[in-house]
Design a protein around this ligand. Structure first.
Ligand code: SF4
Length: 60
């Protein structure tokens, strides 16, 4: 499955990620892993998509 696939169960606006759907604000993966970088997460910024991978040639 390529990035043309839009998993309508996973909305995402992270265009810098290589798994972002090319044509809409969705993830192109079948599933993702969400985690945290905090010991005691309490707000949204404490959470991370741990399936994120930087798109090649992006942002450098
Ligand atoms: S892997 Fe995570 S950050 Fe990347 S497109 Fe999917 S949901 Fe977004």
């Amino acid at each position: 499955m390529g990035t043309e696939f839009a998993n309508k169960s996973i909305e995402c606006t992270i265009n810098n990620c290589k798994h972002h759907c090319c044509c809409d604000n969705y993830c192109s993966l079948e599933r993702i892993k969400v985690g945290t970088h905090e010991n005691d997460p309490t707000v949204i910024p404490c959470t991370d998509c741990q399936s994120f991978e930087l798109k090649r040639d992006c942002c450098r």
